[in-house]
Ligand binder design. Structure first.
Ligand code: G6P
Ligand code: ZN
Length: 542
């Protein structure tokens, strides 16, 4: 039986950088989830009896929302819901299923790297038929719909048990419960030379993977331990937990500090990696060296042809605007197309669909390729392993050789979290007001060559996104970028991205702190950070 329930709009269901994110108690407000899901279904382009992919990262409230979405999909004319067993799917695995199974779209339940638990964060994201996050036109339409919604439709029956793969008839619809890992692991076997990586591991190469008690545990265990022969225990924190074991599932220097410490120690393994809550982010650490996400993108792009899936070479590279320009140097030297997009994976979708780029990446620990339409943590780990197996060198040696060939882009991101929203907006406003007069200004030894507020025109569909971050470029290619985060759930987060290009190999051995000191000082002065936020230093430096 289908029920139509009267409801009234909420005024705060505007999707951010990556779907709708709020605290769990907020999502638990009566009708809150249902209003948003109905708005997605009202707006989503789909044929009759369409296929919907559904799953999440297993965080607190995941199961309840999986049940609601299944009951609403049945009531809204979907023909089939493909759902990961127990409601689990990593974000890249969901993207893969949407593509493989020709679904009209997918709903992914995750707040990515944000903490979970009863008071933690939750999120709902809609992906379209190409497997990628809904573009702005679609998220805007969903938002408009949430402001006028009057009713939603839902099956009265409770959703069935989802623990065992198989098909279940439910209210005129088919629920197909799938093993969350199987299709994804098969795709990885196509892209990478598993025999070669197996041989590397069998020869004594050691690795560790921190799943941070999040969704990649089962994926990494199956692929690294079961299929590639890494020792049992290679995957640590491999059991997904609704509150991520009380941790913060973000693979960065603060939250994956244990992993970094291990890789810096005397008995360090050769390779370490971590992934985030929903499995799309990655951190790569070699023995004695942390690889910055921007450098990782550049190295992967420069070496991708060593893996079977990319043996024919890559079409081009895309990076988000604040990501360092290290990849641009690879593109320039190799004669590849290079695209600079606003922050958010959704902007890569059109470029990938049009075949303009093969590899994409972001400073926010995301790298991926045209194999799916999301960034992909385990994919990045496997591409690194494939490259290591082919080159037979250490991570450190590969990175140093890369810098020697292309130059080094020193890079840091400074985050000021949970600052006053109004103050943060004023800071950005003030920067924008001063942009026109900045060119030619001198700060110490630095001279501003150009300054703007990044505006992107999508080369495929011509859509325009304005106000994507303030860029201040100095002669010599150094840059400071100011931007407000689009993923926070409390106050505002100011991100300051600092980058310096160093062509001279003799100067490639500095600490980023040292190399960037003058730029950091300049960023504080230009942004009036202390005056406007009351903060003397960032909470997190990545
Ligand atoms: C999510 C998106 C990424 C994006 C990141 C930026 O993780 O999937 O594509 O780079 O958010 O977040 P921010 O907080 O800087 O807006
Ligand atoms: Zn994520």
């Amino acid at each position: 039986m289908i029920e139509t329930v009267a409801t009234t709009p909420f005024d705060d269901q505007k999707p951010g950088t990556s779907g709708l994110r709020k605290k769990v108690p907020h999502f638990q407000t009566a009708h809150y989830v249902q209003n948003f899901v109905q708005s997605i279904f009202d707006v989503a382009k789909r044929p009759e009896k369409a296929v919907l992919v559904l799953g999440g990262d297993g965080r607190f409230f995941n199961r309840e929302v999986v049940d609601i979405v299944i009951r609403m999909a049945a009531a809204n004319g979907y023909g089939r819901v493909i759902v990961g067993a127990n409601g689990l799917l990593s974000t890249p695995a969901a993207s893969n299923l949407i593509r493989q199974r020709k679904a009209s779209g997918g709903i992914i339940l995750s707040a990515s790297h944000n903490p979970g638990g009863p008071k933690g964060d939750f999120g709902i994201k809609y992906n379209i038929a190409n497997g990628g996050p809904a573009p702005e036109g679609v998220t805007e339409a969903i938002y408009r719909r949430t402001l006028e919604i009057k009713e939603y439709r839902i099956a009265k029956a409770a959703a069935p048990d989802l623990s065992t793969p198989g098909e279940i008839a439910f209210e005129g619809m088919t629920i197909e419960v799938v093993d969350p890992v199987a299709d994804y692991a098969a795709l990885m076997e196509q892209l990478f030379d598993f025999a070669k990586i197996q041989a590397l591991i069998a020869s004594g190469f050691t690795l560790t993977f921190d799943a941070m008690h999040a969704v990649t545990g089962p994926y990494a265990t199956e692929i690294l331990e079961n299929r590639l022969g890494a020792a049992k225990g290679t995957v640590v924190n491999g059991e997904p937990k609704p509150d991520f074991g009380g941790g913060h599932p973000d693979p960065n220097a603060v939250h994956a500090a244990d992993l970094i410490a291990r890789l810096m120690g005397d008995d360090a393994p050769d390779f370490g990696a971590a992934s985030d809550g929903d499995g799309d982010r990655n951190m790569i650490v070699g023995r004695g060296i942390v690889v910055s996400p921007s450098d990782s993108l550049a190295v992967l792009a420069a070496n991708a042809h060593l893996a079977p899936g990319y043996a024919g070479g890559i079409a081009g590279i895309a990076r988000s605007m604040p990501t360092s320009q290290a990849a641009d140097r690879v593109a320039a030297k190799r004669g590849l197309g290079m695209y600079e997009t606003p922050t958010g994976w959704k902007f890569f979708g059109n470029l990938l669909d049009a075949g303009k780029v093969t590899i994409c990446g972001e400073e926010s620990s995301g790298t991926g390729s045209n194999h799916v339409r999301e960034k992909d943590g385990v994919w990045a780990v496997l591409l690194w392993l494939n490259i290591l197996a082919e080159r037979g060198e250490s991570v450190k040696a590969i990175l140093e050789a890369h810098w020697a060939e292309f130059g080094r882009n020193y890079y840091q991101r400074h985050d000021y979290e949970e600052i006053d929203k109004r103050a943060a907006e004023k800071l950005m406003e003030s920067l924008r007001d001063r942009l026109a007069s900045m060119a030619g200004q001198r700060f110490g030894t630095l001279v501003v060559s150009e300054a703007d507020d990044f505006c992107y025109k999508d080369p495929v569909d011509g859509s325009i996104s304005t106000g994507q971050g303030v860029r201040i470029v100095f002669s010599g290619g150094s840059r400071i970028v100011f931007r407000l985060s689009g993923t926070g759930t409390k106050g505002a987060t100011l991100r300051v991205y600092i980058e310096k290009f160093e062509p001279d190999p003799a100067k490639h051995g500095q600490n980023p702190e040292e190399a960037l000191a003058e730029l950091v000082e300049t960023a504080n002065a230009v942004g009036e950070i202390e005056k406007r936020t009351g903060r003397t230093k960032p909470n997190v430096i990545t």
